[in-house]
Design a protein around this ligand. Structure first.
Ligand code: MN
Length: 501
């Protein structure tokens, strides 16, 4: 089953009745053909449903109200076949709460130079109808994505596909429950924030549960449950000698499996999609649940260490967008710098919790002591990441708003770390180590990130539009002086924005 089968995107065509009955019939036929063509292109992850042509304010409002109330509908695509006077869209746009994509396309690909007459002109007026519509959306300060291109063009379809994946993740976030075991790591600022605002702006809900509840779940795990899971581990991973049956740390693998089963059951039982842990709050657990966090991330559970619920949520959202894409995503932390001229890079790792989806080869099960947390030696999957381009993202709370920060990075070949047996990646931020890291720090970015190889900046831009939050992008075009100007301008923009709307 396709991960997005449960969703629909609605296609609404704008027109008016000025051109007569024949035009109405033609508009409808063309819209049906476009929607059929888009669905049959196999380039779109979500099914499009044609919801008819709207010719009046009443029809627009009815269509948008229905979209709001249909859970399966994750967004609306609008297209103006003829001229569609935009005052008729005002009330509907006031109602609309689903993500909006305005598709500036045209039924015919090329101008029929020799046969085009005034009737043809009146019927095929996207060139100015879409501008009239766009004006009203802009005037009403409604966020949306504008995609320009012929509907059979693969590049235009790819932009729609991106928006669909983001719309699905946006829908997923609206009932996302994030469970926190423990609070923030004491005194840490950047991973904290306003959970009430997060629910208003980003949709998800953050709840606390005592670690004792997880311990109680753990007590119900049977030896047979554990044996089944450890067999699975043995199929999926290489095993260090001390982790194999009869090895001196075999029991630590067994205890890690117990924690994983308990954690999964607990999250499922509560209907949670993400969670956080805190190494200072593990009373009753044998070890820091590193392996469990790694494997649950790979299943799509959002994770943030040390109480970092914002990164847990963002990971879930980015994982959701990227379902079915090949290269993977992970929670990561800026660990250590490697100054090496043009190849200066940042080692990405964590105490244990890195998602095996980004591994370049079969991960290795290992058990080693961990100096922090005061618990028994934890099991973990050790690997280095794939190489290639990706995006690192974070959301910070600036007190009056959320800011999404995105950095394009290039993962390069990491070296073995015989004395630091954790999973890791090694990346060079764009446009360079120095500028990328400076811009990230100027933007107030975290040391924790949600990273993906499969997503591009476009996905996160679409997400920021839907959420109505600020986005700061650091890529190959970033210069520090322009970046600082944008930060200063945004301070003013977000102060004034509410007053203008
Ligand atoms: Mn951390």
């Amino acid at each position: 089953m396709n991960a997005f089968d449960q969703y629909e995107v609605w296609f609404v065509t704008g027109a008016q009745l000025l051109y007569g009955g024949d035009a109405v019939i033609a508009v409808d036929a063309h819209s049906n053909e476009i929607v059929k063509g888009l669905n049959e292109s196999r380039n779109l992850p979500v099914k499009i449903v044609y919801k008819g042509t709207v010719n009046s304010a009443k029809e627009v409002t009815a269509a948008f109200k229905a979209a709001n109330n249909e859970e399966k509908c994750i967004g609306i695509i609008t297209w103006m076949h003829t001229f569609s006077p935009a005052k008729m869209w005002i009330h509907g746009l006031q109602e609309l709460r689903k993500p909006l994509l305005h598709f500036h396309t045209q039924f015919n690909k090329e101008i029929p130079w020799n046969t085009m007459d005034m009737d043809f002109m009146n019927l095929n007026q996207s060139a100015h109808g879409d501008r009239e519509f766009g004006h009203m959306v802009t005037r009403m300060r409604k966020n949306r994505k504008v995609v320009v291109g012929h509907w059979q063009d693969a590049e235009a379809q790819a932009k729609i596909a991106t928006w669909m994946r983001v719309s699905a993740a946006w829908a997923d976030a609206q009932d996302m429950l994030i469970i926190r075991f423990g609070d923030q790591m004491n005194n840490v600022a950047v991973t904290d924030g306003d959970k009430v605002s997060a629910e208003q702006v980003l949709g998800y809900h953050v709840d606390y549960y005592p670690i004792a509840d997880l311990v109680a779940e753990q007590d119900k795990v049977t030896d047979a449950d554990i044996a089944g899971l450890v067999t699975k581990y043995e199929k999926e991973y290489e095993f260090a000698p001390n982790c194999k049956e009869g090895g001196k740390d075999r029991n630590q693998v067994i205890e890690a499996a117990r924690e994983e089963i308990a954690l999964r059951r607990f999250l499922k039982g509560k209907g949670a999609k993400a969670f956080t842990t805190n190494f200072d709050d593990l009373k009753g657990l044998d070890q820091l649940p590193g392996l469990a966090c790694q494997r649950l991330m790979a299943e799509g559970y959002g994770f943030g260490a040390e109480g970092d619920w914002k990164t847990a949520a963002l990971f879930r959202t980015m994982w959701f967008m990227g379902q079915g894409l090949p290269k993977g995503c992970s929670f990561l932390e800026d660990y250590t710098l490697n100054f090496d001229g043009k190849k200066s890079a940042i080692l990405q790792a964590h105490m244990l919790e890195v998602c095996p989806l980004i591994s370049e080869s079969k991960p290795k099960m290992e058990v080693h002591p961990l100096g922090i947390g005061g618990k028994n030696d934890p099991a973990r999957l050790v690997f280095t990441s794939k190489q290639g381009e990706g995006v690192a993202a974070t959301i910070v709370d600036l007190g009056n708003r959320f800011r999404l920060i995105v950095n394009k990075v290039d993962c390069i070949k990491s070296k073995p770390l015989p004395k630091l047996p954790v999973a890791s990646a090694l990346w060079i931020p764009r446009p360079s180590f120095e500028t990328g890291a400076a811009a990230w720090i100027l933007a107030g970015g975290t040391h924790h990130t949600s990273f993906s190889y499969d997503l591009t900046v476009e996905y996160l831009e679409d997400y920021a539009e839907m959420a109505g939050i600020e986005i700061m992008v650091i890529d190959e075009n970033t210069t520090i002086s322009d970046f600082k100007k944008e930060l200063r301008m945004n301070e003013i923009y977000y102060l004034l924005n509410k007053a203008l709307c």
